[in-house]
Design a protein around this ligand. Sequence first.
Ligand SMILES: Nc1nc2c(ncn2[C@@H]2O[C@H](COP(=O)(O)OP(=O)(O)O)[C@@H](O)[C@H]2O)c(=O)[nH]1
Ligand SMILES: [Mg+2]
Length: 310
Amino acid sequence: MPEQKKILFTGLAAAGKTSILRALDQDFIGMHQLTPTKGVEHSKIRIFGVDIFRWDLGGQDIYREKYLEDKERYFSGTNLIIYVIDIQEEDTKPNLEYLTEVFSALQEVSVSPIIAVFFHKYDPRILLTSPVHRERMVTYIEEIDGMKGDMQVWYYPTSIYDLPSLVTSFSHVFLQIFPQQELLAKTLSEIRVNMNTPALAVADTSPFIIAKDCASDIEEETVKEFERRLLGMTRQFKGKTSSTISWSIEPFSDTLSIVVFAFAVKSEVYVMTGLFEKDIFREDDSIRDFDGRAKEAIKSIKKILELFYA
Ligand SMILES: Nc1nc2c(ncn2[C@@H]2O[C@H](COP(=O)(O)OP(=O)(O)O)[C@@H](O)[C@H]2O)c(=O)[nH]1
Ligand SMILES: [Mg+2]
């Protein structure tokens, strides 16, 4: 039986924890009807055939005290903590105090999960223009690095107005609990070079990005657009099953097309998405060659994905 995993979402009240969970579930209706989370809300997702239990720890003072009193119950068995900070909130002290308490609670119950800090409500307009928020984020990082001890902490700016930021941040840190991801990342990078594409990714239909590799000279904006398109195209395969490899193609830019290949591993659908020169698709011969190489690539990716189910 595959083991199960536990993810804690925590942080102060109104930081955006529940909104993040809803956005990751693509539940945009639920997102607009949020009431403050009372106590803990549990939900379950499945990735690589493993049950992932998500605990949304409501952030009001009375509940936070309860978590810290009953540490064993809330913190033991945790694989990943996502600590959500409202970057628009000027006062950094309450977050740093609560984080200190969380770190010592983890030590007391002797667990060392991977920790992600989401600098949330980092809405696109702020990310582009505001030095104040950037300075606040830098201050947080310095402070947290100073108190994390041996723990592994990752930092991400996120916003519900930038869904790819949430999906890629969550995917990236979640994958850190799977050692197999290193082999997948390395293989995908080789395939990308081999297939001569500036951007290539593997995802499941949650959608959840399992690996992504981009050429070093590709523009940040193109990567963002690639992620946005890949999430949209991936969603079309949700709930579908397929024993063969199928692919679909859409225009991306003046010179590039975006191609999505769907394939199954353990009866779940996965996709490989990449950007390819439009010219490839003008002649039958080069299409055949492309198809053959893609299928070879997918074969090796499937083998690695099977390792995640071990
Ligand atoms: N500007 C902005 N507001 C957000 C974002 N995420 C959540 N919010 C708002 O922040 C408030 C609190 O969100 P909620 O998810 O209930 O926070 P929780 O208490 O941590 O679960 C709500 O009014 C949300 O609409 C974001 O990325 N940007
Ligand atoms: Mg909540």
